[in-house]
Design a protein. Sequence first.
Length: 117
Amino acid sequence: MGITHIHGKVSGPKGTAEDVRFLVDSGATYSLLPQKICEAIGLKPKRTLQFSLADGTIIERAVSECHISLPEGEGHTPVIIGQQDDEALLGVVTLEILGLVFNPFNRTLQPMKMVLI
């Protein structure tokens, strides 16, 4: 499995934008922003959720919402408010909101085939 990063911008209620280098993580449900980015754009916790780590450990993290802009599209998305040393992750919920899928063969984001049923 290859590691893929993508550059984007995030903004919050302050109206300020921050450049972010995201690790595309198709195994992560929600996207995550490091604490300093969340503070810079003014994100406040909206709720707290439990998450399971790869080793089975259960952790609680605050979740907020921000606007995200990638070269492939933009929109609003829920994000986990990370801790100081956390790396920015781009999760599946954000990809689906933006109508994107991760192609693991060429490690790119591509438009999702949309189905209306």
